[in-house]
Design a protein around this ligand. Structure first.
Ligand code: DX5
Ligand code: ZN
Length: 221
């Protein structure tokens, strides 16, 4: 298993000072920055897009992990790549030509990711797994931070881990939603190696470094 990565989601950070937040995250021990892009159509919330990501890019050297909760993501892949994203994750539910979408993301020199909502089976994954760098398992219904972890996602994580291991591939499993010190060990044991966390890092007004360290420790038996 790869070492655990912690990817704070800035959805739970202070939107009035995202640049300042990014300047602190590397020093707080974050591995990735999880960017929750929402269009108000694929999910019932609207956040930010390429111009904001471009403005944030100079504020940290950290890996930009873009989570596109948008319809028709193919229309925007170039813009997110040019804005400075390091990985671009699309939702399987919003990408009818998923094989083409993933190979196109890689052709842009970016890591390619696919995400599945809680009720979406991952039966398309075996057909595209060779073109995937990260599988993002939603453990809440996308659109908002601070929701309750859905335990039924644990067998899904195990099944994805089994597929990756059976194929001998180098693919990370990221889990997103309701990840905290209680759920982090559960998803790690199931096979995840990236923990996306918004509320658990930014939500209690506490010390981000301590919150990130606590997540990492909880997932490291
Ligand atoms: C939800 C987002 C998640 C969310 C996680 O649609 O994709 O990344 O920000 O927030 P918490 O960690 O608070 O559940
Ligand atoms: Zn997310």
């Amino acid at each position: 298993m790869k070492p655990v990565f912690v990817a704070p989601s800035i959805l739970s950070a202070d939107f009035a000072n995202l640049g300042g937040a990014l300047e602190r995250l590397a020093g707080a021990g974050a591995d990735w920055v999880h960017l929750d892009v929402m269009d108000g159509h694929f999910v019932p919330n609207i956040t930010f897009g390429p111009p904001i990501i471009k403005a944030l890019r100079p504020h940290t050297p950290l890996f930009f992990d873009a989570h596109l909760m948008i319809s028709e993501p193919d229309r925007y892949l170039d813009a997110f790549a040019e804005a400075g994203c390091d990985s671009i994750t699309v939702h399987a539910e919003a990408a009818p030509h998923l094989h083409r979408t993933l190979t196109y993301i890689r052709s842009l020199g970016k890591k390619a990711g696919v995400s599945f909502n809680p009720s979406t089976p991952m039966h398309t994954l075996p057909f595209v797994i060779e073109h995937v760098d990260v599988v993002l398992v939603m453990s809440v219904n996308p659109g908002f931070g601070g929701q309750k972890f859905i335990p039924a996602m644990l067998p899904k994580i195990r099944e994805i881990r089994q597929l990756i291991d059976d194929r001998g591939l180098d693919v990370r499993i990221s889990v997103d939603g309701g990840i905290d010190s209680r759920t982090a060990p559960l998803v790690r044991e199931a096979g995840a190696d990236v923990l996306v966390a918004g509320t658990a890092v930014f939500g209690n007004g506490g010390d981000w470094a301590a919150n990130i360290a606590a997540l990492r420790a909880a997932a490291t038996p």
